[in-house]
Design a protein around this ligand. Structure first.
Ligand code: SF4
Ligand code: SF4
Length: 251
C-alpha cells in the first residue's frame, strides 16, 4: 500500500530544511547552462508516487506530466512502476518551495538500508557525482536536513513497503557497484556522525569526509566550510579536510 495524499502532506509539512546553508544550485548551474542539475529533466526526471502526484496537483499548477522528448527516454520510462508518474516542473525560475516533490527535497540523497533491513542514514545518488556539487562537499550537510530526512522516510516506510523495498534494492545495487570500484560508500548516519560502508565486507565504520574525494567539475576545488553540527557531534569526520583557516575559526 502506498502512502495517502494526507501522509505526503504531513511529510511536506515536516520536511522543509535545505541540505545546507549554501546555494548549491548556483554551484552546479554554473556548469550546466545556468540550470541546477537536479532541476533539469535532461539530467534527472522526477518520479512521484501517484498519491503524491494527486497532492501536488491539488496544491499548485507548478507541475505537469513529463512527456518523453524521444524514443530513448520513452523506453527508459517504460518499466516505471504503475503506481508512479514521471513529472516535470515549470523550471527553476518558477520554483515553489512548499510545492517541491519529495525527490526535490531529498536530492542528492536516498535512505541507505542495510542487508539486515535497517534504515541507518543517507547516502548519495552516485551517478550524479560528477555534476552534483553537494556530493563533493558532504561536510556542508546540516543536522536539521538529516533529522527531517530520516523522520520523513520513517513516516513513509511505515505505510509504503514498496518504497522501502525500492530503497533497500537501491542500497544493495550501490554496494555491488562500489565493491567493483573498490570504493567506500559515504554514509551520513542518522545519529549525525559520518560513516563509510566498506567495499568488501560492507561493514559500517567511522569515516572522514576527506576519504570520499571530489568529482567531475569539482575535482580540484578546495573544501568549503562545514555545517556547525559536524564539529560538535563528530569532529573526527573533519580531520584531513583542506578547510580554509577562517571557516574553521568561524565554527
Ligand atoms: S543538490 Fe546537487 S544537483 Fe541539485 S542543485 Fe544542489 S548541487 Fe546541484
Ligand atoms: S520544483 Fe523546484 S526544486 Fe523541484 S525540480 Fe522544480 S525547480 Fe527544482
Amino acid at each position: 500500500m502506498s502512502a495517502s495524499p494526507e501522509i505526503y502532506e504531513r511529510i511536506y509539512r515536516l520536511f522543509t530544511a535545505p541540505v545546507s546553508a549554501f546555494d548549491c544550485g548556483a554551484r552546479c548551474a554554473a556548469h550546466n547552462g545556468g540550470t541546477p542539475v537536479c532541476c533539469s529533466t535532461d539530467d534527472a526526471i522526477p518520479i512521484v508516487d501517484n498519491h503524491e502526484w494527486t497532492l501536488l496537483k491539488s496544491r499548485s499548477d507548478l507541475w505537469r506530466e513529463f512527456v518523453p522528448p524521444d524514443k530513448a527516454t520513452e523506453k527508459e520510462l517504460s518499466d516505471l512502476h504503475h503506481d508512479c508518474t514521471a513529472i516535470e516542473c515549470k523550471g527553476a525560475a518558477f520554483c515553489e518551495r512548499d510545492n517541491r516533490s519529495m525527490s526535490c527535497r531529498t536530492f542528492p540523497f536516498f535512505p541507505y538500508i542495510t542487508r539486515e533491513g535497517d534504515l541507518v542514514g543517507m547516502s548519495v545518488f552516485w551517478t550524479f557525482e560528477d555534476r552534483c556539487w553537494v556530493q563533493s562537499q558532504l561536510q556542508i550537510v546540516n543536522q536539521r536536513f538529516l533529522d527531517e530526512f530520516v523522520a520523513a522516510y520513517e513516516m513513509l516506510f511505515a505505510v509504503d513497503k514498496d518504497e522501502f523495498a525500492a530503497n533497500r534494492d537501491h542500497s544493495a545495487a550501490m554496494r555491488r557497484v562500489f565493491a567493483r570500484r573498490d570504493r567506500p560508500i559515504p554514509l551520513i548516519g542518522r545519529d549525525g556522525r559520518l560513516y563509510k560502508v566498506t567495499p568488501r565486507e560492507h561493514r559500517i565504520v567511522p569515516a572522514r569526509f576527506a576519504e570520499f574525494g571530489r568529482w567531475g567539475f569539482y575535482k580540484d576545488e578546495a573544501a568549503v566550510a562545514p555545517a556547525p553540527n559536524w564539529a560538535k557531534t563528530d569532529p573526527r569526520s573533519l580531520e584531513g579536510l583542506d578547510l580554509p583557516v577562517q571557516a574553521q575559526a568561524a565554527d
